[in-house]
Design a protein around this ligand. Structure first.
Ligand code: SIN
Length: 301
């Protein structure tokens, strides 16, 4: 018999108080907090780092405004606070900085906006990225926000029998839609990839226990989670569709408005994100550093 009881809940967190070295300003009731009092262009003292890590665990997505002059080396050092570096195979890197990857859209680009639609990044990998630290270099005057969804909240809002059912599920993930055989790789800006890498399948639990909080969260997304292990195609699609729609509910989401020199960090396991495609004709350029190399853990270890 599975233990499906969760005695603690994400709602128990007091997301804003008890900090001595930083100010933490949650943006809404679900996800995202602005952190004030930190200059990432300077070494971050241990006691400040500890508080940043707490704010990150409890808010899932944190951001720092006005980090003017942050160098790429400092950007990498900032990302390393959240774990060991792990590049995304299909994203272009900045020359001489393989770990700094590019999120760029030119005004005349009419292809699909990369990252539009809620997803976790690259869950086709054995160890999906744990965090992404993104720095805004040039952003539209308005538009081009990024939205986030809290996957602890989405899990906890399910009924007890549905949580128990989801705890048993295994998702089969691949990048087939992006660069598997038959995929049109020209639809979005990305590196040319080998189709066999796109077709390769990786299994991840649909409910994971987060190493930072010990709380359970959903872990599936419409881009990479192609089906459920052991279920028919029709059954898989029905269950996945229900969960994808459930996750997108407004009450679990929030969005950030980018400003030049904003540095934002998202938890790529317990949060989904979506690049909002509402700035056609404008330029948007951000740089991102990803961490990973951690094994996911399901409810049964
Ligand atoms: C992404 O999904 O990796 C990009 C997010 C964004 O451009 O806001």
């Amino acid at each position: 018999m599975l233990d499906t009881t969760t005695t603690r809940s994400w709602r128990d967190y007091d997301r804003a108080s008890g900090y001595e070295h930083i100010e933490v300003l949650p943006l809404n009731g679900a996800v995202l907090a602005e952190i004030r009092g930190v200059d990432l262009t300077k070494p971050v003292p241990d006691e400040v780092r500890e508080e940043i890590m707490r704010a990150f665990a409890e808010n899932l997505v944190i951001f720092f405004r006005g980090q003017t002059g942050l160098t790429r080396e400092q950007h990498i050092a900032c990302a390393e606070m959240f774990g060991p570096l792990q590049k995304i195979p299909h994203i272009f890197s900045v020359d001489d900085y393989p770990d700094v990857q590019i999120v760029e859209r030119k005004p005349d680009d009419t292809r699909m906006v990369v990252g539009n639609g809620f997803h976790n990044d690259s869950t086709y990998l054995e160890t999906p990225p744990t965090s992404v630290t993104m720095r805004a270099v040039e952003v539209p005057d308005h538009g081009g926000d990024t939205a986030f969804a809290n996957l602890y909240l989405a899990y906890e809002a399910l009924s007890e029998p549905m949580r128990a059912f989801c705890d048993t599920l295994v998702g089969v993930n691949s990048a087939s839609v992006l660069f598997g055989s038959g995929a049109d790789q020209k639809r979005v800006m990305m590196k040319e990839m080998d189709a066999s890498e796109g077709d390769a399948e990786v299994e991840h639990p649909i409910v994971c226990v987060h190493p930072r909080t010990g709380l359970r969260h959903l872990f599936l997304n419409p881009v990479y989670t192609r089906r459920l292990k052991g279920f028919s195609e029709a059954e898989s699609q029905l269950i996945l569709r229900f969960l994808h729609d459930h996750i997108k509910q407004m009450a679990f989401t929030g969005r950030v408005r980018w400003e030049k020199d904003t540095v934002l960090v998202w938890d790529n396991w317990a949060a989904q994100h979506s690049a909002i495609a509402d700035y056609q004709g404008q330029y948007r350029y951000l740089e991102r550093v990803t961490t990973g190399h951690v094994e996911l853990r399901g409810v049964n270890g």
